[in-house]
Design a protein around this ligand. Sequence first.
Ligand SMILES: Cc1cc2nc3c(=O)[nH]c(=O)nc-3n(C[C@H](O)[C@H](O)[C@H](O)COP(=O)(O)O)c2cc1C
Ligand code: SF4
Length: 615
Amino acid sequence: MMASDTGASTVTPQVAAVVDAVVKEFAADRTRLMDIVQAIQHCLGQIPDAAVHAVAAGLGIHAVQVEDMVSFYAFLNREPKGRFHIRLSKTPVSLMKGAAEVAQAFAKAAGVSIGGTSPDGEFTVEWTSDIGMADQEPSALINGTVVTDLTPLDPPAIIAALRQVRTANTLPLFPGLDSQGAALSQARVASSLVQTGPIIFRQGGRGDGVRSALTLSPEGVIQEMTKAKLRGRGGAGFPTGLKWKLCRQSISEEHHVVCNADEGEPGTFKDRVLLTEVPDLVFDGMTIAGYALGARHGLVYLRGEYAYLWDALQDVLRNRRRLGLLGHNVCGREGFDFDIRIQLGAGAYVCGEESALLESLEGKRGAPRDRPPFPTDRGYLQQPTAIDNVETFACVTRIMEEGADWFVGYGTRESTGTKLLSVSGDCPHPGVYEVPFGITVNELLDLVGASDAAFVQVGGPSGQCVAPKDFGRRIAYEDLSTGGSVMVFGPGRDVLDVARQFTEFFVEESCGWCAPCRVGTTLLKKNLEKILDDRGTLADITAIEALATTVTRMSRCGLGQTAANPILTTMRNFPQAYEARLQPEPFLPRVTLREALAEAVVVQGREPVSEEERA
Ligand SMILES: Cc1cc2nc3c(=O)[nH]c(=O)nc-3n(C[C@H](O)[C@H](O)[C@H](O)COP(=O)(O)O)c2cc1C
Ligand code: SF4
């Protein structure tokens, strides 16, 4: 008997009506489970037991499958939350900018402790991982709406404004937010585009790249990507031309193009800026990929934190359909049909990993797949799929507009073109910078006005912590590789505490599938905390090194394989920070055994046996 039939909870008429309507809206398609549960949560404020069972029945699957999926995502609520759900972005940068004080102010104004819901059911105040606003921290999501640049003075006014709101799905404009004359997405979040370069933020993306691609054969387009030496901007730097070639060669009735807009790496926000400022450039790139791969379907996996971009992006897609840039016979080319759908994520960093992303796209929990087979052979719905980063697709368009020879004129031999960097932390001008590959850390610090940086985290928590002695190193695939995150830390910042926070991030974001990552990251954090508490010795360093090797080598996916990097790179580049905290001798507890057992002695009425007596 299917669990959905057990009637474990009573389905009220309201729940039944909502589930029925939503399941119908998505044609009872099991692969749309993510949309289905999100829509239910939108209506009911949570996904109660009764809804889990009703959805399972509606889709003809087991309730455990629905439960398994729902319980995986941070933004899906099985338990009731406050009418207003305030999620505060917790990152080293947000804490540096005062997020702890802002959180306290929210808690006080709402009458709730952090992590809890107020007794009147109005407010839940919680921490969440980086929401992609490192350039304007402290920031928060309130029922999905982004608020930025918060100070401890803001929460009372925000909470007071929320108390006046009748429906939780329509929020007021909060103090300090100006919607006058600006698109809603720009009104809520500053784009912070500080420096444009020759490639990305130019006039483009109006179909010229697609039309230019259509003058070539699909193989010719792939050759052009190879000639441009385009490498993926999502972090790994895989050659895009080769990925597309492998995908095209894979025989199947359908091929798919997926744009990875999960952008969960703390400190990264350049994809958010791309999707805000030049979405057409990205959609042109996806359409070019569709032509090159023989794909009819494109999917954008948009992180749940960027849900506020949804309406604006749908407008852009509608406009493209009107202009003949999407849909049937794209740009008038007989037989070239291509369209794009956006799938919203639900707050799981691991879903940026391409195989976890595919699982999530199919409406399952975002657990990474075993590889091989690679997505280019068996990706979305087990069909050949090319997954590329938002910025990669923007580059594709510009290569088709201007040519591969033009593109290789920028950057280095191994890293052609430019790179978008999201710069945050202790610098006067945080934001997105388009820079040529090969720029040194020193040159970048000059550009952003950070004259006294003590260390720089390049590539997010999974990247490298760079010391001043290495500021001459270059940002490029052949030296310091990054998906785009650059966090600057000034004098007085504690490098070990930053490493601890990043390690905690991995503990929280581990999907839990494999023990080396699930257990290993927790142990790494505990060991590091011991050193931070001035209780560590050289033996703990040896233990950390052994543990880090296991976690790196034995973890199943890139999350675990890079989770030890915050500790490893700080140990390598800042040994003095560790040495300064180590105790010369093994830690000895300050209380004696007799003192510790004093209470037990009274209760039990007998003395502990000493070592001598035992002998
Ligand atoms: C834990 C983890 C998270 C990732 N997050 C992202 C992400 O948010 N965006 C992204 O483009 N790539 C991310 N990646 C890399 C993707 O797996 C994949 O390599 C990338 O989307 C390929 O696109 P590209 O070739 O254009 O870089 C992540 C990888 C790992 C291991
Ligand atoms: S390495 Fe971590 S995130 Fe990756 S599969 Fe294992 S537990 Fe999950």
